[in-house]
Design a protein around this ligand. Structure first.
Ligand code: PMP
Length: 316
């Protein structure tokens, strides 16, 4: 995780110095968690001296869908948000990998829990970002004693600020127990996902992942990997409910997400997955994924949004 601070933000309809992008402690979202957010990565390609933002259109569509789930009246389009984001990134003039955080929130300063009839705003900031889990090639996980929030409580398919308390419980308890991450089960007892990642399980050459109805976030990395595994690695990928005990018997298990990218799970509850080392499918997929996100695969260049027309100099 990064400790660098952004220098600018998109806030109140403009790019402003980051110090000016503030809300009051009376802010509705600050009080009740009534916000939605996104998480996007920009990859610096040193050979081309270019930054490529990965699938911004898809991220902003999900972002606006999450806002729609909460009845937010946000007068925005994915196209306009991409324009704003490009301007923000050019102003920052980053020459390294970054993480981008769009936020939609209730800007009204009001006491009273509800979603409708209030004022809504969008903000975006970006900051340098490295790895999300410390050991992407050998992640030790446990099954969380928490359950994933159900669609009848807070929809997990929306990236809803307050819902991340569920993720925070999962992550903190896993780390305090000495694990890197946890897999969380849904109310039916089937696999949902990690605290901030989707999960895949390989058994006898077939790749399985929970369906979008299993109380998961509909991950853009998940969608990307399903496509790459089918089209490029010629693997069978099946969306279906997965039992906990299948994980113990799996040949490979991995997490994916914008932040985590692809992390090989090599043990679960201290049981090694297969021989306890990163497996061949995860290995191939990681190699391909990093080429794709950095704009090195022509066929998938449409997923890479270039930021700079003019390359920022090293000192800027
Ligand atoms: N599940 C959860 C709960 C998440 O927070 C994330 C990260 N956004 C993901 C899955 C992965 O989604 P994506 O690939 O779109 O980043």
């Amino acid at each position: 995780m990064s400790t660098s601070r952004p220098k600018y933000a998109y806030f109140g309809g403009d790019i402003v110095p980051f110090e000016e992008a503030n809300v009051s402690i009376l802010n509705h979202t600050f009080n009740y968690g009534t916000g939605v957010f996104g998480g996007i990565r920009g990859y610096w390609n040193e050979d081309e001296e270019q930054m490529f933002v990965f699938r911004p259109q898809d991220h902003f569509i999900r972002f606006l869908d999450s806002a729609r789930l909460l009845s937010f009246e946000v007068d925005e389009t994915p196209e306009h948000l991409i324009e704003v984001l490009m301007e923000l990134l050019r102003t920052e003039a980053w020459r390294e990998n970054v993480y981008i955080r769009p936020l939609a929130y209730i800007s009204s300063e009001r006491i009273g829990v509800r979603l409708h009839g209030l004022d809504y705003a969008v903000a975006i900031f970006s900051l340098p970002f490295g790895q999300y889990v410390s050991n992407e090639e050998g992640t030790a996980v446990t099954f969380s004693s928490w359950r994933r929030i159900d669609d009848t409580m807070i929809p997990a398919r929306g990236k809803i600020t307050g819902a991340y308390i569920n993720s925070a419980f999962i992550k903190t308890d896993a780390e305090r127990a000495g694990y890197d991450e946890a897999i969380v089960l849904n109310q039916d007892g089937h696999l949902a996902e990690g605290s901030a990642e989707n999960v895949f399980v390989v058994r006898k050459g077939v790749v399985y992942t929970p369906p979008v109805t299993a109380n998961i976030l509909e991950g853009i990395t998940r969608r990307t990997l399903m496509h790459l595994m089918r089209e490029e690695l010629k693997l069978e990928v099946v969306e279906r409910d997965i039992d906990r005990s299948e994980v113990y018997l799996a040949d490979e298990v991995f997490f994916c997400g914008t932040g985590v990218q692809i992390a090989a799970v090599t043990s679960v509850d201290r049981r090694p997955i297969a021989d306890g080392k990163m497996g061949p499918i995860v290995q191939d997929l990681r190699d391909l994924y990093f080429k794709v996100v950095t704009g090195r695969v022509d066929k998938y260049r449409h997923w890479n949004q270039p930021v700079y027309e003019q390359v920022p100099t090293k000192s800027s």
